[in-house]
Design a protein around this ligand. Structure first.
Ligand code: 4AD
Ligand code: MG
Length: 445
């Protein structure tokens, strides 16, 4: 019996008889010849049905195959540099064809479709080659993140998804009823990470996080995946050094393994290749100054208004894009004003209005991909900050305990998986970076 193989492994079986199983991506009818592009998840291969080499009934089926019909084919692998496919260069001469299911008229055809239509059909759209490329890169990014951290002595410690109190802010909470009590979906694993940090030194959590953000942007999802490292005895500067090593490892891994996918996405990788440490660093103060200077020099009144910024307000995406454009590689913006940052961020010594926080901005307009800070480790100070922000202290009793028993300076950050995928894949919108996006106007399918 012929071995069952994956399309990706075809080159290893040249001249041999094998079986491929998958779905018809496309078919070209040349009368006595049927060219079937077979998709099996690992790649796409040309399979040729030639009337003279097959049982008549099976050749007849080949001539009727519809897009996405599922089939099992057995035949001999031939090398042919012109054979299309992913990776291509080999084709299968079909000797036997078994129909598993003849697909009904498939809604997604090679013609152009609107985005909303494609999102409604996301359960089918994930089969398309662009989506295939994106989601494969996403999986590699997760693996690269985890491998790097595991190799550096970080321990994966999971944090809960159902939580009794806000982790980040109280405005974007998804509330649920928990046996007669209020509970919330986690916005972050950070507070639990801090407890785990004191147990294991260097930890990270990775999981879905939830933000009920009533904003419809190209960068926001209601449900997104975040990986969050937390390190004992780390300063902000230690963390920036770690972050740039970590992020460039992710990029290099994708560049090494996914040239094929990046080509499908028509990604110009020249800027990605340059994203090597050290990354640029700029303080919030200096960024604001440079943005306003840029606004002064800008003629277009609309652009001018978008760039202008008052000290003490958070960046919008035009600001982030403009700051990123000032550098030829990713840039850290550090020491943000405390007013628009979370309660747990350590104030800068002698300047309590700013905090030891840092965001990493990606080039090419992809904006903030990581956000983090040094954490307040003094009990009295964190109590004061929590109270000021209107957080009920009882709910945070356990978190305050961490400042009571062996409190140490520590720092951590979160990296948004979907923002990272959008950047590396060069996608204009975050909705294609996750298998099933949850957005303001969408929770189907
Ligand atoms: O900056 P954020 O809100 O930081 C935190 O949640 C910290 N507790 C993390 C930490 O220090 N452990 O979110 C971190 C990252 C952002 O930089 C962004 O990449 C991503 O999470 N992110 C989102 N991605 C998609 N959709 C949203 N609505 C996002 N909100 C944040
Ligand atoms: Mg942030």
């Amino acid at each position: 019996m012929a071995p069952i193989i994956a399309v990706r492994d075809m080159s290893r079986y040249e001249g041999q008889e094998v079986t491929l199983r998958g779905w018809v991506y496309n078919r070209t009818d040349k009368g006595k010849l049927q060219f079937i592009q077979l998709r099996d998840g690992s790649g796409t291969a040309q399979c040729v049905a030639f009337k003279k080499e097959m049982a008549e009934a099976e050749f007849e089926i080949a001539g009727k195959l519809t897009q996405e019909s599922s089939i099992i084919v057995t035949g001999t692998i031939r090398k042919d540099d012109r054979a299309p496919g992913i990776p291509g260069g080999y084709e299968l001469g079909i000797k036997q064809l078994q129909l598993v299911q003849m697909a009904g008229e498939y809604p997604i055809t090679p013609k152009e479709h609107g985005v909303e239509f494609l999102m409604d059909n996301r359960h089918l759209w994930v089969r398309s080659s662009r989506q295939w490329a994106i989601l494969r890169i996403r999986a590699t990014i997760v693996r690269a993140m985890r491998n790097w951290l595991d190799d550096q002595g970080y321990l994966l410690v999971d944090t809960p998804i159902i939580t009794p109190s806000a982790g980040e802010d109280t405005t974007s909470l998804f509330e649920l009823e928990y046996f007669g009590e209020k509970a919330f979906l986690a916005q972050t694993g950070q507070l639990y990470n801090e407890a785990n940090m004191a147990a294991f030194g260097k930890v990270y959590c990775f999981g879905p996080t939830f933000r009920a953000e009533k904003s419809k942007t190209r960068r926001h999802l209601m449900e997104f995946w975040m990986l969050e490292p937390e390190m004992a005895f780390f300063s902000l500067e230690d963390m920036m050094e770690m972050e740039e090593q970590f992020v460039s490892h992710i990029i290099q891994t994708v560049l090494e393994r996914h040239q094929e996918e990046l080509k499908i996405l028509e990604r110009d990788t020249s800027k990605l290749e340059k994203a090597l440490p050290p990354y640029a660093r700029i303080s919030y103060d200096e960024a604001v100054e440079r943005l306003n200077k840029l606004a002064d020099q800008t003629e277009d009144p609309e652009q001018k208004a978008l760039l202008r910024i008052d000290w003490g307000t958070d960046f919008g995406s035009p600001h982030e894009t403009a700051i990123a454009e000032m550098f030829d590689r990713p840039v850290f913006v550090y020491h943000f004003p405390s007013v628009f940052k979370a309660f747990y961020m350590q104030p800068v010594e002698g300047r309590p209005e700013v905090c030891r926080s840092v965001d990493l901005l990606a080039p090419e307009g992809y904006g903030e991909v990581t956000g983090g800070s040094e954490r307040i480790y003094d009990l009295a100070l964190i109590e004061e900050r929590a109270r000021k922000m209107g957080l009920g202290l009882e709910a945070y009793a356990w978190y305050l305990d961490l400042r009571r028993y062996g409190s140490v300076p520590h720092a951590g950050f979160g990296i948004g998986l979907e923002r990272t995928v959008a950047w590396i894949c060069g996608l204009p919108h975050i909705r294609e970076t996750i298998p099933y996006a949850r957005m303001l106007n969408r929770k189907y399918p």
